[in-house]
Design a protein around this ligand. Structure first.
Ligand code: XMP
Length: 523
């Protein structure tokens, strides 16, 4: 649990696919919240966390199944407001004396539905029914439904398949809805959360300015007068973590930037300049490109490439970190989505699609303790913190770049020649995207150089050069993605520029695969 001093809201996760969205909606309202799986929420946990309010998430189970997920009784006894969503509503009703019935065709609802207000004044639905007809669009996704509400509850809204779409026990401040107010298909859903946190008495003071001050105080308290090392990748997360820690402890921080020779055009220089010149942060620039490219020579299997890079990265980082006397802490830009222990009902381990590399394993090996000042934040909050800290916009808004770098954008064997061509083509492509004002609308865009040469004709001569693929996707979190719908004019203009400006490429294709079934990177 975190050391945050703000009022907290506890989200008990029963395994819904969209639990994280509840947290997003609350953070947008400047409320600090944490998601915890229901198994972890014990009486002692509740006492220690002392939330000002609780939300029960949705979930895939049926409350009618023996042993289905439950909150502890203590949650109801805390005397704080509770909001149950979908499965969370059904749990609340059953726990408090109502009834739930199995889904039948007549009552199961999936997709868009309309809730009609019961014309009862309540802080919870205040201003919510915006439609002239007194209805409001919501997103339903339930098989089972509440068939009898618990004593003390009243109905504030109904839908054709859910006669108890919105229920409330105003004296205990318990609220429960059958639909999902956190998804975009419930267009006015944020208003319900706003009403809920208002009636729970939240100050709405979870701002980046406040976060920055608290984070700095916590880092100072944790680190004392010891030394911290931080692996920099040039990406947003590690950059923001480094600048924040530097603000807290100054020269007690040393950053190590491992240049594996798989960076984009001018990237190493840009990162080093920003940290040395703008921030005066002690920085070791470890140019290890010969080592990495040497070990990757002749390797074409994607997983082998990733494993080699991961192993070398740790070795090199450790080598340089050992030179920093008295280092006791390792700083990492771990984000909140990485630390949420979500509830898995699928059992068994999931398949490894790709081995992602990080500096995992190092802290134990080197006897280091972790400093992770971004653990409570989502990606866009990290960007907001970066702005608060004055990082240049060009850094904050950067597309994500994978740890293994250009190695996984170069299917087949990696050669210096191919990397050189790839860097130039990528720079032209990104320049095009920026010129057309599209950079911020795209989650990630890059060029992959293909392991194939094709025949072309330029001027009067024959060419036999590499083909490349352009990739651009939109995404919220990188887990799923859609290809970006460029216009034909844009694609044509970009292909022409790449072929004209980059020697070694004579054919350009556009990758129109979404994720799934594809992945964002090519390897
Ligand atoms: P995929 O290709 O798996 O990528 O759809 C999803 C997101 O993760 C990034 N990615 C990585 N990031 N180390 C990283 O730090 C890695 O090994 C790695 N592999 C993929 C990818 O760029 C995309 O944003």
């Amino acid at each position: 649990m975190s050391q945050i001093s703000h009022d907290r809201l506890l989200i008990i996760d029963f395994g819904s696919q969209v639990t994280q969205l509840i947290a997003r909606r609350l953070r947008e309202l400047n409320v600090y919240c944490e998601i915890h799986p229901y198994q972890k929420v014990t009486d002692a946990f509740l006492q220690e966390m002392a939330p000002r309010a609780i939300i029960f998430s949705g979930g895939p189970d049926s409350v009618m199944r023996e042993g289905s997920p439950r909150p502890p009784q203590a949650a109801y006894d805390l005397g704080v407001p509770i909001l149950g969503i979908c499965y969370g509503q059904q749990v609340m009703m059953q726990d408090l004396g109502g009834k739930v019935e199995a889904g039948e065709h007549a009552t199961a609802e999936f997709g868009r539905a309309y809730v009609t207000g019961a014309q009862i004044e309540s802080d919870f639905v205040n201003g919510w029914f915006t439609d002239d007809t007194g209805r409001e669009q919501v997103w339903m996704s339930h098989g089972d439904h509440v068939s009898e509400i618990a004593p003390g509850f009243e109905v504030l809204g109904t839908s054709p398949g859910a006669p108890f779409a919105i229920t409330a026990d105003r004296s205990r401040r318990f609220y429960a809805v059958q639909f999902h107010p956190e998804v975009h298909h419930t267009p006015n859903g944020a208003r319900l959360y706003e009403n809920f946190i208002k009636l729970a008495g939240f100050a709405g003071d979870w701002t980046m300015g406040a976060y920055r001050e608290e984070a700095i105080a916590k880092i100072r308290a944790q680190v004392g007068d010891k030394q911290v090392i931080c692996g920099l990748s040039g990406g947003v997360d590690s950059s923001v973590a480094a600048v924040l820690i530097h603000e807290a402890i100054g020269d007690q921080l040393t950053c190590v930037f491992v240049d594996h020779g798989l960076l984009r055009l001018n990237e190493a220089q840009d990162v080093v300049t920003m940290f040395r010149d703008n921030y005066n942060i002690p920085l070791i620039h470890a140019d290890e490109s010969d080592l990495f490219l040497g070990e990757l020579d002749g390797v074409s299997d994607p997983e082998t490439k990733r494993k080699i890079i991961g192993r070398l990265f740790i070795d090199v980082f450790q080598k340089h970190a050992n030179e920093i006397e008295g280092a006791e802490f390792l700083a990492q830009g771990t984000l909140y989505p990485d630390v949420i222990e979500s509830v898995s009902f699928s059992g068994g381990p999931s398949v490894t699609i790709k081995s992602h590399h990080n500096v995992g394993g190092l802290p134990e090996k080197m006897g280091l303790k972790l400093v992770e000042p971004l653990r409570e934040l989502f990606k866009d909050e990290v960007r907001a913190l970066g702005r608060e800290l004055g990082l240049p916009e060009s850094f904050i808004g950067r597309h994500p770049f994978p740890g293994p770098g250009l190695a996984i954008r170069c299917p087949g064997e990696i050669t210096r020649e191919k990397l050189e061509i790839l860097r130039k083509a990528d720079a032209v492509y990104i320049d095009q995207i920026r010129k057309h004002g599209l950079y911020d609308a795209i989650w990630q865009a890059f060029v992959a150089i293909l392991p194939v040469r094709t025949v072309g004709v330029m001027g009067d001569g024959r060419t036999y050069d590499f083909a490349c693929a352009l990739r651009a996707v939109t995404s919220v979190d990188g887990m799923t993605a859609d290809y970006y719908p460029f216009t034909h004019e844009f694609l044509g203009e970009t292909a022409t520029r790449i072929i004209n400006e980059v020697k070694g490429i004579n054919r350009v294709t556009y990758d129109i695969t979404s994720k799934p079934p594809g992945t964002i990177e090519w390897e």
